[in-house]
Design a protein around this ligand. Structure first.
Ligand code: ARG
Length: 255
């Protein structure tokens, strides 16, 4: 994302937040702790002048809106994605807003809000790698990068059954995409918006394959049984969906 666009996005988020920001300033309420992994633009990333401290992105805007609606201050806890479900489960964070796909496996450990964004996986590859044009092609002796614990990891490992010795697991999408750029890996499988943003930034190519990469629904995770917070989150999401605000924010950050 270009610098001025980031700025525009932050302004857009701030504009729709005006009411909430005022109410948050007037209160000295308890913090609402948002857990995330801020290496996932445009949903969460770090920047000099973010919506909350150095944190910015679609999810941070949504989290801010939720905190404002409860008259609480939003605190962002940045951690490895793979540790988020445990952090929600243990109460270290109140909610995970992290472009997290609501999967059946995760539902065994946490409760999910209504969904707020539909995504899917894409393949990032070098423009020179002309023989990667579908998910199937990744099984053809290709080295594939994923981010540890992302849904893309599960798809490459369990669905596509790419040979274990060909898979590299990183902690951040940003790092693994660099490995495609410098030729260490043939491809990376990652969520579409992040993948496309990183591919465009690095001059890489992306490949879609909707038959294999099914729709994934992002939702907010809370501790099992925390229905009070879950209902509050759902009412904010409902309002933001009905007013078109989520779409508006997403469009701004997806530019
Ligand atoms: N949607 C994918 C998943 O749920 C990836 C999410 C990564 N999010 C992040 N903030 N790093 O597994």
């Amino acid at each position: 994302m270009k610098k001025f666009l980031k700025k525009a996005a932050a302004v857009a988020c701030a504009a729709v937040m005006t009411l909430g920001v005022l109410s948050a300033c007037q209160s000295e309420s308890k913090e609402l702790v948002l857990g995330t992994n801020a290496a996932f633009p445009p949903f969460e990333f770090t920047t000099t002048n973010g919506v909350v401290g150095n944190y910015d992105g679609i999810d941070i805007c949504i989290g801010k809106k939720i905190a404002d609606s409860m008259d609480r201050e939003l605190k962002v806890e940045d951690m490895e994605f793979d540790g988020l479900v445990a952090a929600v489960k243990s109460g270290k964070v109140d909610m995970a807003v992290a472009g997290m796909t609501a999967t059946d496996e995760r539902r065994q450990s946490v409760d999910f809000s209504d969904t707020y964004y539909t995504a899917s996986q894409v393949i990032i590859t070098n423009p020179d790698n002309t023989d990667i044009n579908s998910a199937e092609d990744l099984k053809n002796d290709k080295t594939v990068g994923v981010v540890l614990g992302y849904t893309g990891d599960g798809i490459v490992t369990d669905d596509l059954e790419v040979e274990e010795s060909k898979i590299t697991r990183a902690n951040r999408g940003i790092d693994i995409v660099q490995d495609v750029k410098n030729g260490k890996l043939d491809a990376v499988v990652i969520d579409r918006e992040t993948g496309v943003a990183l591919a465009e930034k690095e001059g890489l190519r992306f490949v879609e394959d909707p038959e294999v990469f099914e729709a994934e629904e992002y939702a907010i995770a809370v501790k099992k049984g925390n229905t009070e917070l879950l209902e509050q989150i759902n009412s904010v999401l409902r309002e933001m969906k009905e007013s078109g605000e989520i779409e508006e924010i997403a469009n701004q950050y997806n530019q």
